[in-house]
Write a protein that binds this ligand. Structure first.
Ligand SMILES: Cc1ncc(C[n+]2csc(CCOP(=O)(O)OP(=O)(O)O)c2C)c(N)n1
Ligand SMILES: [Mg+2]
Length: 411
């Protein structure tokens, strides 16, 4: 059974933060909708309209040291973790100033070094075993971290959701999974793809704790997520939170979502998470008209500055398009495996077949730069061209003697 929650009191600042980040989340997305209509966004654009309380409330429960992996409807989580709006704008516009230097789009970026954000993986569910691995890795290193990712109602029916959650449960990984049940997966209503009233019940199959929350109530989302994060940190194993909500726009900008029943839309539009939070803050005198106006002024000037920065940023220079595909192993990121034994000893066994082409240093405990560093696939990168040429030359010379001997023997 999903568990009852203890109600935790929040400070005034915490209430205001939650409200601020939800508004920021919405304004960032509204700005991008306008940019999309001006044809300035490269690729698709997704919306979390009406779901802001989930991204914001759950990410707000994490500490700086914790790790998260957001999906397409979790821009709010990125903002809470500290990503500035300009990174989100430039990324969606494929600008050279973006976190991926214009090589990737939408929310496909992360920050392993500073903010502890793992990039989204498009294959729904795949982040579950990945973030379980991050959680186990943190525990192995003696860090008291918790990891978090998000999945939709549709994504909760993938095989890897179940494999991943079972893996997390069997390892008692400090991992919190947020299941955003927004009632739709593309044009498929949840009732037609899962014969369950509550998707939180999936947790029973793995013997892990779960909660159900009103995903449009940011305070409920936050207090529940906070409790789950602390339980996971204390060693209770993974926890699943089902947040019930509604996807108010289509799957992406291209989808007018005409298949959604009017009554359903109307029901949820009356339950807008920002309007609900605002009414609560005003009623409880945590916010007044003056404070609200000040916050709106702050949001407007921030977003104008950030949007202008993005719009005025250049597209990537032509000569940079080949870069950044492989990690160079030297300057790309600081995370390194810690080899307990010489690398040659832990390389997989080889057959006696000679390779068609060779990567210099591969399997010999040295990177191509000659440094005694672990081998990365990226070692191919600096000499990418040279390798290709060498490979082609080798193939050519391989063929020559064969032709010669064929000639010899044949004629
Ligand atoms: C394994 C896999 N199957 C299919 C897709 C294509 N796909 C992308 S989003 C989506 C719908 C997801 O619905 P849901 O999980 O409910 O998330 P929502 O869009 O409602 O946030 C599908 C089918 C995918 N990315 N990965
Ligand atoms: Mg959905």
């Amino acid at each position: 059974m999903p568990e009852p929650r203890k109600k935790a009191p929040l400070t005034r600042q915490q209430y205001l933060d939650l409200y601020y980040y939800m508004r920021l989340n919405r304004e960032v997305e509204e700005t991008m909708t306008r940019l999309f209509r001006q044809n300035k966004i490269v690729g698709g654009l997704y919306s979390s309209l009406g779901q802001e309380a989930i991204s914001v409330g759950t990410a707000y429960a994490l500490e700086k040291r914790d790790w998260m992996a957001p999906m397409i409807r979790n821009i709010g989580a990125l903002l809470v973790k500290g990503v500035p709006p300009r990174d989100i704008f430039t990324q969606h516009m494929a600008k050279y100033t973006s976190p991926t230097k214009g090589r990737d789009g939408t929310s496909h970026f992360g920050d392993l070094d500073n903010l502890h954000i793992v990039s989204p993986i498009s294959m729904l569910g795949d982040l579950i075993p990945v973030m379980t691995g991050v959680a186990i890795g943190g525990r192995y290193l003696g860090q008291k971290i918790v990891t978090m990712t998000w999945i939709g109602d549709g994504g909760s029916s993938t095989g890897v959701f179940h494999e991943g959650l079972n893996f997390a449960a069997s390892q008692r990984a400090p991992f919190v999974l947020i299941l955003e049940n927004n009632q739709w997966a593309y044009s498929t209503p949840v009732q037609r793809q899962v014969p369950l009233e509550n998707l939180a019940d999936r947790a029973k199959a793995y013997g892990i704790a779960s909660y159900i929350v009103d995903g449009n109530d940011v305070v409920e989302v936050y207090t529940t997520a906070k409790e789950a994060v602390e339980r996971a940190r204390a060693g209770e194993g993974p926890i699943l939170i089902e947040a019930k909500t509604f996807r108010r726009r289509g799957h992406a900008q291209h989808d007018p979502a005409e298949y959604i029943p009017t009554e359903q839309r109307e029901f949820w539009e009356k339950r807008d998470p920002i309007a609900l939070c605002e009414a609560f803050l005003l009623k409880e005198k945590l916010l007044d008209a003056k404070g609200k106006k000040e916050m709106e002024g702050k949001l407007t000037s921030l977003l104008e500055k950030e949007r202008e920065f993005a719009e005025n940023s250049p597209m990537p220079p032509e000569e940079t398009v080949h870069g950044g595909v492989y990690c160079s192993g030297d300057d790309c990121h600081k995370i390194r495996p810690k080899w307990e034994r010489p690398i040659a000893e832990v390389m997989p066994p080889k057959s006696s077949v000679e390779p068609v082409w060779k990567v210099e240093g591969f399997g010999q405990g040295k990177s191509s730069s000659g440094k005694n560093a672990p081998i990365h696939f990226g070692d191919v990168q600096p000499e990418h061209k040279a390798q290709e040429t060498k490979g082609r030359a080798a193939k050519k010379s391989d063929r020559k003697p064969a032709t010669k001997s064929a000639k010899k023997g044949g004629r």
